[in-house]
Design a protein around this ligand. Structure first.
Ligand code: ADP
Ligand code: ZN
Length: 713
């Protein structure tokens, strides 16, 4: 498995759960896996395609995604094809022919095909190694993406009882998981729920003031980096895209109001790095497979945390750092409320309102953003600080604002709790507006009481009071400010009010690779990548990821051997693109004779960590009382592998009850032989006992002696 990972995909270590999932598939066990976007789900069914007899059939809902995935698989030298409605009759026929001749390792297919009986019959005559169901949550009516076509897939288990089914998705509540398992007829599937943590994403929330200025400021720090800006309405999408273009940014837009042709053109331009920024409504979604999206800006408040998490999840799929910025203005809340309040079903409406409150809290609380996001998915984030969100890298300072709070509150009460924030601030600052005069608010005692402070200061105070629930905002179209019970305590001077100020202390960036990247070479490699992409008719990121280019611009792999070490470079890619990139790198080295070529850190680190995780799982199961054989069976790993895990645990000093592994009588016999012959070698010991002592037992005893006594003699 590891070898195929390297030679075909060019990766040196598995990501979390990939190894376990793949080994179960190889043993023909069903799998249900929930892994976040970018978690590496496709590898879980692409790698088996290389190792198993027959064809892996992948069911995938989106035509655009299918083509991308097939392109990517082919670039890695996997014989893959797809059948969907975009193909002509002849093309489909050719593919079916190939399928019949067993010349395909993977076939991607749209779910509606399975509504045709003849299609089942066709597949029945072909050796199939696995059915992989992508976006498996689409089969459940409980999910948010139900697709009736997916129901056809219930036939798979009936027609192909012996073929394993792997269900993959990035979102599934427990309820959906159960439903999917039932509908697909999965038989005690190996289940995985990976962590939703995305360590390479940096989360930041800023007060929304002036979207255009804020976006331009952000882009100035992220020159030439591709990213997506989400806005709520089609109009705001178009206006922002227009504004950016007018200011020299290559931007385009995407929303459901554009016709299919325009949407496709826009998306292709983004995929091919022809435009930098895509301004879009959330209609721009599932079809994004681009791995080098470097930032996501939400210029308006999303409706709920699920949506926010999914949208930000589109950044940094290549594992390189990426930024997620949310511009949060309280003015967005009533706009969303306006729509939510029109939901007819009571439970649905209150659940939607509840979700809106959650995302509002996410944006306004001074709590680690990562912690909050993970908590939403029922996960606890173990560390105290993530150091990759605005809260964790800021100094939080508390400031008393009781007097200012009382001024605002008094204006609210004296004007009858019937006005919005803008007007209340006008009163406090003593603005001379028509509305103030008409209402006679210039005669209020609080009029002009706060004239010497800026409007933005008062906006800040109002926001803080709202965040703390000291005042309330009610109504949707024309929201008005009202007092809360706790707020009255402050107004009457019985309680103090405090605001928290966020002072950014350090500009830590998200974890990613910290090697120095030669920017000029990186840009040159990007140009080369784009040129080759055009020639080969694939998007640039399918040729090499940004991460791969970063590595090239850091370690200068100038010969095939070192080029193979780059993440994502397998044999096929080395053969297809290696020469072009190597010669570009060599040219750069020649032009810069004094550059220092750094030593590549040994990749073992990653492997070791992976190993650590998997050792931990085995040890945990051992603690739960399972035997070595049971653990091996449960994990779908060889007995010798589990024995290795426990051996390592003993050596690392974990409490391992040796008597559960080796009978005490045997233990002392084995120990005696090892001591007598002064050897750590297992074979002579096992041979000495002539079948009475297993290799594993000898291994455990050896580790135990090493730990307990230090040496055999
Ligand atoms: P998902 O389908 O779960 O959203 P993908 O399968 O698209 O995720 O994988 C996301 C990215 O991670 C891809 O660029 C892929 O090449 C990369 N990737 C997958 N597995 C590994 C691995 N073991 N090591 C390094 N990169 C990987
Ligand atoms: Zn944090």
């Amino acid at each position: 498995m590891l070898e195929t990972l390297k030679t075909t995909f060019g990766f040196s270590a598995f990501r979390s759960f990939q190894e376990e999932i793949i080994s179960h598939i190889l043993e023909k066990r069903d799998v249900f896996a929930v892994m976040p976007t970018g978690g590496g789900k496709s590898l879980c069914y692409q790698l088996p395609a290389k190792l198993m007899e027959g064809t892996v059939v992948v069911v995938s809902p989106l035509i655009s995604l299918m083509k991308d995935q097939v392109d990517a698989a082919r670039e890695n030298g996997i014989k893959a094809a797809y059948i969907n409605s975009s193909l002509g009759f002849e093309e489909s026929r050719d593919i079916i022919q190939k399928l019949r001749e067993h010349r395909l390792e993977m076939l991607y297919i749209a779910p509606e095909r399975f509504s045709i009986d003849s299609f089942f019959n066709l597949l029945k005559n072909i050796p199939i190694s696995l059915f992989a169901i992508d976006e498996a949550h689409c089969i459940s009516e409980w999910g948010h993406d139900f697709r009736p076509d997916y129901l056809n897939l219930s036939g798979l288990r009936v027609h192909f009882p012996g073929v394993p089914i792997g269900a993959f998705t990035a979102t599934a509540t427990m309820k959906v998981q159960q439903d999917v398992t039932e509908k697909l007829g999965l038989k005690s599937p190996f289940q995985v729920r990976a962590s939703f943590n995305r360590p390479n994403l940096f989360y930041r929330v800023e007060k929304k003031q002036d979207v255009e200025t804020q976006v331009m400021g952000f882009l100035a720090e992220h020159r030439n980096e591709p990213g997506i800006i989400y806005r709520t309405t089609r109009k705001s999408v178009e206006e922002l895209a227009f504004f950016l273009t007018a200011n020299g940014i290559k931007a385009s837009c995407y929303h459901a109001g554009l016709d299919q042709e325009e949407r496709k053109r826009s998306q292709d331009a983004f995929n091919n790095d022809e435009i930098q920024v895509m301004v879009a409504t959330i209609a721009f979604g599932m079809g994004i497979d681009k791995s080098n999206v470097r930032f996501i800006i939400h210029a308006d408040l999303p409706k709920n945390i699920e949506g926010y998490y999914q949208e930000t999840g589109r950044a940094g799929r290549d594992g390189e750092k990426a930024h997620c910025l949310l511009l949060f203005g309280r003015g967005d809340i009533p706009k969303i409320r306006y729509f939510l309040d029109r939901i007819e079903n009571d439970t649905e409406r209150s659940s939607a309102v509840n979700k809106l409150n959650q995302i509002t809290r996410y944006a306004s609380q001074y709590v680690c953003r990562r912690k909050q996001l993970l908590a939403y998915f029922g996960e606890t984030y173990g560390e105290e600080k993530c150091n990759t969100c605005d809260i964790c890298i800021s100094n939080l300072k508390s400031m008393e604002i009781t007097t200012d709070a009382q001024m605002i509150m008094s204006a609210i009460i004296r004007s009858g709790e019937r006005f919005g924030a803008g007007h209340i601030i006008d009163i406090v600052r003593g603005a001379d507006t028509k509305r103030i005069r008409e209402c006679g608010h210039d005669r209020l005692k609080t009029y002009r009481i706060g004239k010497n402070k800026e409007k933005s200061h008062w906006r800040f105070i109002v926001d803080e009071l709202l965040a703390k629930g000291l005042i309330l905002q009610e109504g949707d179209r024309y929201p008005v400010l009202k007092m809360s019970k706790t707020g009255l305590e402050v107004l009457f001077g019985r309680e103090k009010a405090f605001a928290v100020i966020k002072e950014v202390t350090e500009t830590t960036s998200p974890s990613g690779n910290e090697i120095e990247v030669h920017q000029e070479l990186f840009e040159r490699l990007k140009i080369l990548r784009k040129k080759l992409a055009q020639e080969h008719h694939v998007p640039p990121y399918i040729i090499f990821s940004d991460r791969a280019l970063h590595e090239m611009a850091s370690y200068f792999p100038a010969d095939p051997g070192s080029f193979l070490k780059v993440a994502g470079v397998g044999e096929k890619k080395l053969n297809t693109y290696g020469a072009a990139f190597i010669s570009e790198i060599n040219a750069y080295i020649k032009e810069h004779p004094y550059i220092r070529i750094p030593e590549r850190p040994v990749q073992k680190q990653e492997l070791k960590k992976k190993k650590g995780e998997t050792v931990d799982i085995s040890l945990e199961l051992f603690y739960q009382g399972f035997s070595v054989d049971e653990i091996a069976q449960k994990r779908g790993l060889a007995v010798s592998t589990i024995a290795g895990h426990l051996e390592q645990s003993i050596l690392m000093g974990y409490e391992v009850d040796i008597t559960r592994l080796v009978d005490p009588g045997k233990l002392s016999m084995i120990r005696e032989v090892m001591v007598r012959y002064d050897t750590w070698h297992l074979t002579p010991v096992v041979e000495y006992f002539d079948g009475e002592v297993s290799f594993e037992e000898a291994r455990f005893v050896r580790a135990w002696i090493k730990k307990e006594e230090g040496n055999p003699g």
